[in-house]
Design a protein around this ligand. Structure first.
Ligand code: C2E
Ligand code: MG
Ligand code: MG
Ligand code: MG
Length: 291
């Protein structure tokens, strides 16, 4: 009986494996077509100053609207694009599209001091041609390097790759900024990270979501903000949803907030609406705020 159970569970397991393999293959095939079929688009999430709720930045986030799967999360398809070697191509599209949209807003609204943030995957950063590509794209646009923030994660830095550091420095010499995304989920310490001259640190949403109930998370947030300040970095708290989180974070008037509390990521049209109706660029909490 035990034997039979084993066999059955093995069969089940192998069926799951086959299904997973098939699923991956079909996603890969679909991703190959997605760019040509215009299934990718960008949404934009505002970043707002704690003091005065002034719009300070917009983060571009990719979306994939699959004809039958519906909306697929970037958490699912970005790793597949990386594995397939397609992230370069899609990444280039993201940079172009974000800069194009940002220029439209620059021409229509007084947002010169509102930056545009673009995510780069670790795989993209390993490509020695990336710096030239980014520099070319920014130069070809009406956007100044200092208006652009490239977001990278800690995994980029743990390799202690001297070349990547030099590449980043080249872009930084041209005025481009880099942000450390999802801070606190990796292993590197800020003293080490300081060598990369990053201008911004984004505290991962995991800390924000636990901060009300866990003193440890409040402590980590507190010391992260203090240290980032000492290193001259701008701090963004990610994933702020509730008024109670805002209340705790208001102890740090110098930080910036990104989260559903103010806005979910918005389509270009929705963002245009916001900019149209908020001439002073002062943001308001979203209507249905949780407590
Ligand atoms: P990320 O760069 O850390 O982006 C922030 C994520 O948090 C976004 O998820 C955003 O929708 C979500 N978020 C913002 N505020 C809140 C909140 O208050 N509550 C909750 N629960 N979530 C919030 P999204 O858009 O699904 O993106 C997930 C990740 O996919 C991004 O994390 C980034 O790592 C990656 N990604 C997205 N777009 C791109 C891209 O164009 N290129 C690359 N390489 N990666 C991207
Ligand atoms: Mg990001
Ligand atoms: Mg993040
Ligand atoms: Mg992330």
């Amino acid at each position: 009986d035990i034997k039979r159970n084993h066999r059955r569970s093995y069969q089940f397991y192998s069926l799951m494996m086959r299904e997973a393999a098939y699923e991956k293959l079909s996603m890969e095939n679909d991703l190959k077509l997605a760019l040509a079929n215009h299934e990718f688009y960008l949404v934009y999430q505002p970043q707002v100053s704690m003091q005065g709720y002034q719009l300070s930045g917009l983060e571009a986030l990719i979306r994939w609207q699959h004809p039958s799967r519906g909306l697929v999360s970037p958490k699912h398809f970005i790793p597949v694009l990386e594995e397939m070697g397609l992230i370069e191509e899609v990444g280039l599209w993201v940079v172009r599209e974000a800069l194009k949209q940002y220029q439209i807003w620059l021409a229509a609204y007084p947002i010169q001091h509102v930056s545009i943030s673009i995510n780069l995957s670790a795989v993209q950063l390993r490509n020695p041609k990336l710096t030239d590509m980014l520099q070319k794209e920014v130069k070809a646009s009406n956007v100044l390097c200092k208006q652009v923030i490239f977001e990278v994660t800690e995994s980029v830095m743990v390799d202690e790759d001297v070349r990547i550091r030099k590449e980043l420095n080249t872009l930084q010499e041209n005025g481009c900024h880099f942000a450390l995304d999802d801070y606190g989920t990796g292993y590197s310490n800020l003293a080490y990270i300081d060598q990369f001259n990053l201008s911004e640190l984004k505290i991962d949403q995991a800390f924000i979501q636990k901060m009300q109930n866990h003193a440890t998370d409040r402590l980590i947030i507190h010391h992260t903000i203090e240290m980032a300040k000492a290193l001259g970095m701008k701090v963004v708290a990610e994933g702020v949803e509730m008024a109670s989180q805002m209340a705790l974070l208001s102890a740090y008037p110098e930080i910036f907030i990104q989260g559903y509390y103010f806005d979910r990521p918005l389509s270009a049209e929705q963002m245009t609406q916001r900019l149209e109706t908020r001439a002073d660029l002062v943001w308001e909490p979203a209507l249905k705020t949780l407590n």
